[in-house]
Design a protein around this ligand. Structure first.
Ligand code: FES
Length: 160
């Protein structure tokens, strides 16, 4: 995976954030979005350009669940497993999505790379717990039934 796709965006970010450490997160976000996953080439480029040790870049990548070195599905389903959501049934939501809808385990992708399921920490949507996000779209006040219906719609969409 090449960084060519991201170079123009990186340059805009470098100009916007003269403080190099502040530029790292937006750059990683752009790389993840454009390339579908991060690579050693991207890590080396950003470490060199931002004058940061590679280990610091890696530690940011491993801290945030939105970053990955593996290509994710077209639809990334993030299900909050933090306490407020957990107490309102996020485990059942996860089970409904995983077992009944997609037949893959958490942190796996479907064969055709259409779906990836990720149990995550608080999404900042506690007022509508239990919550999940599919890419940037928010779903709250979920029940297992609602979650299954949402996934079914995405499955139909992918077949169009
Ligand atoms: S605890 Fe689930 S969104 Fe905050």
């Amino acid at each position: 995976m090449s960084i060519k796709k991201c170079r123009q965006e990186f340059e805009k970010i470098f100009k916007k954030y003269p403080d190099k450490t502040q530029a790292l997160l937006p750059c990683l976000y752009v790389a993840q979005e454009k390339c579908g996953c991060l690579t050693e080439e991207i890590v080396s480029f950003l470490a060199q350009r931002l004058d940061l040790p590679k280990v610091e870049v890696y530690s940011v990548i491993t801290f945030y669940s939105m970053f990955s070195f593996e290509k994710k599905g077209k639809f990334v389903i993030r299900i909050c497993m933090s306490l407020p959501c957990y107490l309102r049934g996020s485990r059942e939501i996860l089970e409904a999505v995983v077992e009944e809808a997609l037949c893959i385990k958490p942190n796996q992708s479907t064969e055709a790379k259409k779906f990836t399921i990720e149990p995550v920490s608080c999404l900042g949507l506690c007022d509508i717990a239990p919550a999940m996000m599919i890419n940037k779209k928010i779903y709250g006040n979920l029940t297992p039934q609602k979650a299954r219906e949402i996934i079914r719609r995405y499955k139909q969409e992918k077949d169009k």
